[in-house]
Design a protein around this ligand. Structure first.
Ligand code: BGC
Length: 378
């Protein structure tokens, strides 16, 4: 009922709204009610795509396109009540078609790397598309970040967008038809909740995540080196030169990887070859939602908590960003101006029997949940 009222108040679904070349500005300045709206957002893969705007009563706004399930902006207030997007993104579809490094996108079938793009299940060997040197990264050449998802706003007390996609048997080399549903909700507590579900008709690896790049200042002129990060992880998975885990689970104590207490990202990054791009092994995983990471930034007062059911989190300090893409804020997204906290199972699990399994069996349901909860301290 409440939902119906929200729709009526906002005059939605406002399909094909007024042309605007700056959606973050529009979302910021429009005196709109809580709810969800939809507008045409150009074309991708020869098909029309849409942009959905999820807004809550606090004035927090998330925009998501059904191309790649990409979170294009996440507008939150800072301690001075000024609003900016804490994620990197673009105000139009165009740059998303030029393969930015997964800005805001849904990642699948397998987030992160599978060594040499090969794995076996039982006595069957599989070869995946390789797109990162000899390795398979983030689902391959055309991962879930580059496909068009079927979108449905859902009737609920908060704005909800459900995205579905059928990944066909053999896509990028994976076995089985995988039916995937990702549900984005904007909570009353300013959290972007992401629920991932999948079923299959053949055993297949599945490891779904979201690849948002955060900069809590809302401005990629600033680096993320002064952001403080805390991770509930006593261990991480060291990697080889190709960023494939060696299989070791190594304690962070006494290493450059220790973020058990809030630590400025820049304090030790220069001593880490290439910067941080590592999977952390979350403590005391039970499968229930738990807070695993907190990021904070003092000039804006903003913080971000990451809650998840997953056993791992990839802390990627934007090591390959090179200024090629221009963010909402109008500035190039340069090295170390944004970071990712990707909740996941461990990279290369299909080849590491000692890691928690990522194989989904027919008749079973893949189900994980992550919340990016935002706020600020005055
Ligand atoms: C990976 C990086 C990779 C990046 C691509 C991250 O999830 O950990 O190694 O370069 O995605 O944007």
């Amino acid at each position: 009922m409440k939902w119906m009222k929200l729709f009526a108040a906002a005059g939605v679904l406002a399909i094909g709204g007024a042309a605007c070349n700056n959606d973050t500005k529009e979302a910021e300045t429009t005196q709109a009610s809580a709810g969800i709206t939809k507008k045409a957002w150009g074309e991708a893969n020869g098909q029309p795509v849409d942009l959905y705007t999820l807004r809550n009563a606090n004035g927090t706004v998330v925009t998501i396109t059904n191309y790649g399930g990409i979170v294009t902006s996440f507008l939150t207030k800072d301690k001075n009540d000024s609003i900016a997007s804490i994620v990197v993104g673009f105000d139009s579809i165009g740059p998303y078609l030029q393969s930015p490094p997964y800005f805001g996108a849904l990642i699948g079938r397998y987030g992160n790397r599978i060594g040499a793009g090969k794995f076996s299940i039982g006595d069957k060997n599989y070869t995946l598309a390789t797109n990162n040197g000899v390795n398979h990264l983030h689902g391959g050449v055309v991962g879930f970040d580059k496909v068009i998802w079927t979108a449905a706003p859902i009737t609920d007390s908060i704005p909800v967008l459900q995205l579905s996609y059928l990944s066909k048997d053999g896509e990028e080399g994976y076995p089985g038809n995988l039916q995937v549903t990702v549900t984005y909700s904007l909570t009353d507590e300013d959290g972007l909740k992401i629920q991932y579900e999948a079923t299959t008709d053949q055993p297949t690896p599945v490891n779904l995540t979201n690849h948002s790049y955060f900069n809590l200042t809302g401005d990629t002129k600033q680096t993320i080196l002064e952001h403080q990060l805390q991770l509930n992880a006593d261990a991480y998975t060291p990697v080889d030169k190709g960023l494939i885990p060696t299989g070791e689970i190594r304690a962070v104590a006494g290493t450059l990887f220790d973020f058990r207490n809030p630590t400025a990202i820049g304090s030790r990054i220069d001593s880490v070859e290439g910067g941080y791009d590592h999977n952390y092994v979350i403590n005391n995983v039970t499968g229930s939602l738990q807070k695993v990471a907190t990021l904070s930034e003092s000039t804006s007062g903003r913080f971000l908590e990451v809650w998840t059911t997953e056993p791992g989190i990839q802390f990627y300090s934007g090591n390959f960003l090179d200024g090629k893409f221009i963010n909402h804020s109008g500035t190039p997204v340069q090295l170390r101006t944004a970071l990712c906290l990707e909740t996941q199972h461990f990279p290369d699990s299909p080849n590491k029997k000692e890691f928690p399994s990522t194989i989904l069996e027919p008749g079973k349901k893949y189900r994980t949940e992550t919340i990016y909860k935002t706020g600020f301290i005055k």
